[in-house]
Design a protein around this ligand. Sequence first.
Ligand code: TYD
Ligand code: MG
Length: 445
Amino acid sequence: MAYVCSDCGADTLKWAGKCPECGQWGTLVEFRESRSKSGGKKGKTRPATVKKVDISKDKGKNSVRMKSGIGEFDNVLGGGFVGGEVVLMSGEPGIGKSTLLLQVALSLAQGKKVLYVSAEESVDQLESRIRRLIGKKSVKFQDNLLIVDDIEIEPVIKLIEDEKPALVIVDSIQAVRSQDSESYPGSIPQVRICGGLITNTAKSLGIPVVIVGQINKGGRIAGPKILEHMVDCVVYFEGDEFNTYRILRSIKNRFGTTNEIGVFEMGGGGLAEVGNPSKAFLDENNELVVGSSIGAVVRGSRVIFVEIQALTIERDVEGVPLRRVANGIKKQRLDMICAVLSKRGGVYLGNNEVYLNVVGGFNIDEPVIDLAVCAAIKSAVKDKANSRDEVFVGEVGLTGQVRSFINLQKIVKEAKKLGFKKIHAAPAGGKSESLVSAVKSIRSL
Ligand code: TYD
Ligand code: MG
């Protein structure tokens, strides 16, 4: 007998109140592996087949991609679906997973057969959503879009084998169940068995499948970690509940890079592709107000310009901890930047509360945004606005040096296109620059 953590999917032989892997309390549940047909008895072992690798000819398996027709989505996959590819899509409830996948299904169904397994919503609910998505457009999909709201996986697998659709969508893995397990849908054994059955079917028939996976409170995909290992591609759909912009990014991709992102805007008629994300993340106002700056990040083939806003408040009450709030970058990063600014950047923040926000609900982990954060905070403290024509680019180290950025040329090219006039950055070519001079120094584009 073994125990499995229902939160992170770790296995352990001994029961404990706390998961040894993720440290959550009360999440270990009993898990019985089903016995093999031979009952564990030793029999004659079938020899494994050795296959030769031949790279002399390009069989073109991975180069033939099936495009969904939704460019931002195809980009994230690496140019469309590869035959037999299994994609796991996760994201917070209500972020738009079902909406996006239904749009993908409708787009493909105009020429190809698509199976949508709606285990969470009834066909009636899906129909009203389709009506909303299509609106007044005349879209012909009726014969090609097959919808089932069966939650049992075996009949669904049979249907896939019979119909051989071009794409299968399973919404969601936590809502389907197999006859082979008595556990409830969403439990570890069920997710394991259903995930395995779907993956095998996709591989054996060469049909791409998208599986929706819910996430738990910690932000991880609920169910065993093995699900992430089983699939070829894991994409994450994120956004902020107060904002209409949504970002699709891949965390794992066996058939492409994990750098590309897709940007969408949720509106009355579903998700619209956002071709120029910088427009979405820059505040509409022409002039920058005190406390803002513009930074840039490179994601895959794209450069995205973002506005950073900072607010600082001086406190002279002793013994009360100063607040530092970061929205869109990590709080630890903000703390570090404040420390560097105080010690090496000539902007003392020892008495200041600092609030920081990345406009548009964009989350940035890349350190290249550091200099823009410094510029926004400095502007707030000195009460002097930055110019809208300037971009701040570079990672700030503990020594107060700004490192030159490897993709600076890409940013410079894109910045010119968007009409920026000046850039603050350590010059390309490896030399770093002091923070004070990087913020001060301006180069014309
Ligand atoms: P949904 O796709 O159901 O999210 P998920 O499958 O990730 O749980 O998204 C539902 C939200 O999207 C819901 O709050 C309503 C909103 N929505 C729109 O704003 N416009 C639309 O055209 C549609 C279909 C949904
Ligand atoms: Mg849904």
